[in-house]
Write a protein that binds this ligand. Sequence first.
Ligand code: ATP
Length: 199
Amino acid sequence: MFVVGLTGGIGSGKTAASDYLASKGITVVDADLAARLVVLPGKTALKAIEARFGADVIAADGTLDRRALRQIVFADDNARRDLEAITHPAIGAEIMQQLQASQSPYTVLVSPLLLETSQHQMANRIMLVDVPEALQIERTRNRDDVPASQVEAIIAAQMSRTEKRQKADDIVVNDGSLHELHEKLDHLHTQYLEMARSS
Ligand code: ATP
């Protein structure tokens, strides 16, 4: 099993990059999807969240009330740490299961929190999609129709680009067209196939 961890800040192009690699037949495991799966009704993590935070964080239909939970953890570091202590191991286990089920020559693990969590330990190689901040803001605003200040606040809360660059093995600068992004990925894809073969 050869795993390429793919990360990057908000609006950097993680999805654009992982969609392209998926189109080449590579299995993509999405940490955001795994995070949603582990808190579905009936899952152990959801029961633990209810036990810690109370029935108010469970909606009438039995699903997690994310807004209520966000309000609790937003201003309370202890609550946030408790939440992460419940969710991170569950997400990690879900990701590992999906990675192990993958049949493609190598597997991409796409995660905005790859480097901030222990998820990077599951990756043999770290690929960072990196763009200048102005472009991050512009592309996110075009996609989500949100104010620049909101994107800036998210960027400020994320690990800095400098730190991410230091931790990455491969850096894809996504400041050109999608075609240029694909060309850069073609090159890395060939390298990853070779690395996976010889690993
Ligand atoms: P998030 O972390 O916010 O989910 P992301 O890193 O997955 O973001 P994408 O959704 O892939 O980022 O890209 C952000 C937006 O920018 C999308 O609308 C995408 O189509 C667009 N985009 C990405 N790369 C390029 C590019 N090279 N040229 C033009 N648009 C791009």
